[in-house]
Design a protein around this ligand. Structure first.
Ligand SMILES: NC(=O)c1ccc[n+]([C@@H]2O[C@H](COP(=O)([O-])OP(=O)(O)OC[C@H]3O[C@@H](n4cnc5c(N)ncnc54)[C@H](O)[C@@H]3O)[C@@H](O)[C@H]2O)c1
Ligand SMILES: N[C@H](C(=O)O)[C@H](O)COP(=O)(O)O
Length: 340
C-alpha cells in the first residue's frame, strides 16, 4: 500500500497559541507534494487565521478522513472540533483546553476505527491543561488511558525519541527528578525493555534490537560505591530480559554511552529518567527527532519539540520535526497489521 492508498494520518491540532498551527500550515503549504496525506483535527478558522498571519496561502477545507486524500493536494483538510479555539500566538488560554483534548480524543478514535492510519500530535502545553483539570502528565500517559478505554487491555506506554543519530527511551517520564529512584523498579525497567524489543521488531523492522540500558547513578553506581540502584534494580531487569532472549546490555555509565563510537553498538538506549534520555536525543537530532509512543495498539508520533510560545506566529518555527513525525507515522502504519 502506498501513502496515497492508505487512510490519511490524523493530526491533532495541539496548543493553538503555540507553534503547532504554524508547523501544520507551513508543512502543508511548502511540502505537501512530498508528504503522506494528513487531516488535521482542529478549528478550521483558527488554522486559516494563523496561515494568513504568517502570510501563507493555505485554503482550509472541512473534510472527513474518506475525502482527505483527494482534498489534500489543493486544500488543508480539517475535521472541525465541536469546541472553538481562541487567542493569540504566544498566549495560552486555559479556555482552549477542551478543544485541545477533544482533538487528541478524536484523532485516537478515528485511528482506532481505521478511518485514519496513525495519530500525529502537534505539541500541547502542559500547564494550561493542568490548570483546566487535565489529570495526565502528557500525551504519552493520556494515550495509554484512551487505548485502555477502547480496548479494555492494560497498556504500558513507552516514550521513544527517535532521530537519525540516536533512539532513546526514558523508563520514568514526566515526574520530578526527586521521585525517580523511588519510581524505578526491576519490573518497570523489564517491561520497558520488553516493549522496546517488541515494537522495534514489529514497527521498525529491526530483527534483533540491540538494547543498551543506562545506569541511574554516576558510572552506573561504581560497583555500589556511588549508589545501590544499578546493581539492585537495573541489573536484574537486564539479566531477566537476556534470559528471555532479548539483546539487552548494561547497566552502562550514561556519560559515555552516547558518543559516536558507542552509538554504533546499539539500536536504542533505555534510560532511567526523562532528561537522561531526552538531552542526548535532542542535542543530536532536535530538528529531525520524532517522539514515538511505543506499546500502544495504534501508531502515534509527534515532533520532538514543544509549543515554543516565543516564536509562535513569527514564521521562525521549523516544520522539519513535524514532517519527520508524519513520515515516520506513515512508515510505521504500513509496517503494522491493520487490526493492530
Ligand atoms: N509533544 C508535546 O506535546 C511537547 C513536547 C515538548 C514540550 N512540550 C511543552 O511545550 C512547552 C514549551 O516547552 P519548552 O520551552 O521546554 O520546549 P520547546 O521545544 O517548546 O522550545 C525549546 C526551544 O526550541 C525552540 N524551538 C522549538 N521548536 C522549534 C521549531 N520547530 N523551530 C524552531 N525552533 C524551535 C524554541 O523556540 C525554544 O528556544 C511546555 O509546556 C512543554 O510541556 C510539549
Ligand atoms: N517529554 C516530551 C519532550 O520533552 O519532548 C514532551 O513533554 C512530550 O511528551 P508527550 O508526548 O507525552 O506529550
Amino acid at each position: 500500500m502506498t501513502d496515497n492508498d492508505a487512510p490519511p494520518l490524523a493530526v491533532s491540532c495541539g496548543e493553538p497559541s503555540g507553534i503547532g498551527p504554524d508547523i501544520i500550515v507551513s508543512a502543508w503549504q511548502r511540502h505537501r507534494t512530498a508528504l503522506p496525506p494528513f487531516i488535521c483535527i482542529g478549528d478550521p478558522e483558527q488554522l486559516a487565521r494563523r496561515a494568513r498571519h504568517l502570510g501563507l496561502d493555505v485554503p482550509v477545507e472541512i473534510a472527513d478522513p474518506a475525502s482527505a486524500a483527494s482534498v489534500f493536494p489543493t486544500s488543508l483538510p480539517v475535521v472541525p472540533l465541536t469546541n472553538r479555539l481562541a487567542g493569540q500566538p504566544g498566549t495560552p488560554l486555559p479556555g482552549n483546553a477542551a478543544g485541545v483534548i477533544e482533538a487528541i480524543d478524536r484523532a485516537v478514535a478515528l485511528t482506532l476505527s481505521g478511518e485514519t492510519s496513525a495519530v500525529v500530535t502537534a505539541p500541547i502545553a502542559k500547564k494550561p491543561l493542568y490548570e483546566a483539570g487535565f489529570a495526565h502528565p502528557g500525551h504519552t500517559e493520556y494515550l495509554a488511558v484512551l487505548a485502555e478505554r477502547h480496548t479494555g487491555q492494560a497498556v504500558r506506554p513507552v516514550m521513544m525519541i527517535a532521530g537519525p543519530n540516536l533512539r532513546t527511551i526514558p523508563v520514568t517520564i514526566h515526574m520530578p527528578l526527586a521521585s525517580v529512584p523511588g519510581a524505578l523498579s526491576t519490573g518497570l525497567i523489564l517491561e520497558t525493555i520488553r516493549v522496546a524489543d517488541r515494537d522495534l521488531k514489529t514497527r521498525f523492522a529491526i530483527a534483533r534490537p540491540r538494547i543498551a540500558v543506562a545506569g541511574l547513578n554516576p558510572h552506573a553506581g561504581e560497583d555500589g560505591a556511588l549508589g545501590a540502584e544499578d546493581r539492585a534494580v537495573v541489573a536484574p531487569a537486564i539479566e531477566k530480559a537476556r534470559s528471555e532472549g532479548i539483546d539487552a546490555t548494561g547497566p552502562l555509565p550514561a556519560d559515555t554511552m552516547f558518543h559516536a563510537a558507542a552509538r554504533t553498538g546499539y539500536d536504542v538506549a533505555v534510560c532511567m529518567y526523562h532528561d537522561q534520555a531526552l538531552i542526548p536525543a535532542k542535542a543530536l537530532d532536535f530538528d529531525e527527532g520524532v517522539n514515538v509512543t511505543l506499546g500502544l495498539p495504534f501508531v502515534r508520533t509527534s515532533p520532538d519539540h514543544g509549543t515554543a510560545f516565543a516564536i509562535a506566529g513569527t514564521g521562525a518555527a521549523r516544520p522539519d520535526s513535524f514532517i519527520a513525525a508524519l513520515r515516520m507515522a506513515a512508515r510505521m502504519a504500513r509496517a503494522l497489521p491493520a487490526a493492530a
